[in-house]
Write a protein that binds this ligand. Structure first.
Ligand code: TXA
Ligand code: MG
Length: 322
């Protein structure tokens, strides 16, 4: 099932670029999830991102660029980083590299770190906006901090409302799960967040296994978006459910669904992991809106995109800071 893209005119994109140049926030679709964008070189605009999301200021932002040349001006690419960018950009891979000495990106966006997260998205509207903006665009996922990411324009509006000057509506984002975050700033490429580009695909290109960062739960972790309780709906999640208890909603996967009279959504009746990833966040939002206290979640296989899906589900199920 493909939904046609809503028409976004050149005028609307020009307006969005003007808003960015003025320091306002513009939400836009990427192939992964919606981003909450600001001119990354404008510290005051970047500060507004943190304020709008309620995001802790120790959690650095991904900087989005239109071209590899633009990325080269911001960070220092090792041969390995170069190889990965050539293979996976534009696309759902964020590379952590060392910040270049003359990098114009606000220190607030990178939280004073010596590294910078760079991504060149493939979504046509994201690319068109980045080209028009002509500056690197800092963009975290366009949701309230700690909430599930937004995969549709109405999710962005529900979470961020008036804090954003404009939302570019590109319908549902195709992948539906955030980019893979890979640290290539040191000698060993390290997977900080599983995402839209699978570990298997990266290992295939590199010809060796990746180091996998341990899940973080401390106050100022290396990749702070990996805080254990993250991506959380209001309902509690019960993972690896093979049956449904009274009063629970069901988030199903595959054809073999336990009998259940209550609210139910199936991430992919055919057991397709790409389809499941694309439905994950909107399904969590929808079951949450139904008011269930507990969402029982059927097991999802760990391979390919399943690793990213299970990562998000585990974080959503983790105990919340009160
Ligand atoms: O798909 C995506 O990546 C989306 C779209 C909008 O591009 N963006 C996104 O951003 O998911 P955000 O802010 O929700 O997640 C960025 C992740 C966080 O876990 C953050 O801690 C990590 O990247 N990160 C950013 N800069 C970093 C750095 N210098 N070192 C380590 N981790 C970093
Ligand atoms: Mg996020």
């Amino acid at each position: 099932m493909t939904t046609p893209l809503p028409l976004v005119t050149d005028e609307a994109l020009a307006e969005a670029a003007i808003l960015l140049a003025r320091g306002a926030l513009v939400a836009f679709p990427t192939e992964t999830v919606y981003g909450l964008g600001a001119d990354a070189t404008n510290g005051r605009a970047v500060a507004q991102i943190f304020a709008a999301k309620g995001r802790p200021t120790f959690n650095p932002l991904i900087i989005h660029v239109a071209t590899i040349e633009a990325a080269h001006r911001l960070g220092i690419f090792s041969p390995l980083a170069e190889q990965l960018a050539a293979e996976f950009w534009p696309g759902a891979l964020t590379l952590i590299v060392r910040r270049s000495p003359d990098c114009p990106v606000s220190e607030l966006a990178t939280c004073g770190l010596r590294t910078i997260a760079l991504r060149m998205p493939s979504h046509p509207l994201a690319r068109a906006l980045l080209k028009r903006a002509g500056v690197p665009v800092a963009a975290p996922s366009a949701n309230r901090s700690g909430h599930v990411s937004a995969t549709r324009a109405d999710h962005v509006a529900a979470d961020l409302g008036d804090a954003v000057a404009m939302i570019i509506d590109g319908a549902a984002t195709p992948l539906g799960i955030e980019s893979t975050v890979l640290d290539v700033s040191g000698s060993e490429p390290t997977l900080l967040r599983p995402g839209g580009v699978t570990r298997e695909a990266i290992e295939q290109v590199l010809g060796r296994p990746l180091v996998i960062a341990a899940p973080e739960s401390t106050a100022a972790p290396i990749s702070p978006g990996q805080l254990t309780s993250h991506y959380a709906p209001s309902a509690h999640l019960r993972l690896a459910a093979t049956s449904v208890r009274p009063g629970e909603a069901l988030l199903a996967f595959g054809a073999d669904v336990p009998a259940h009279g209550g609210p139910m959504l199936n991430l992919s009746p055919s057991g397709d992991l790409a389809e499941a990833a694309s439905n994950l966040f909107s399904a969590l939002r929808a079951l949450d809106a139904d008011g269930a206290d507990v969402i029982a979640v059927m097991p999802v296989p760990e391979q390919g995109l399943g690793a990213a899906i299970n990562d998000r589900l585990r974080r959503a199920a983790a105990p919340r800071p009160s």
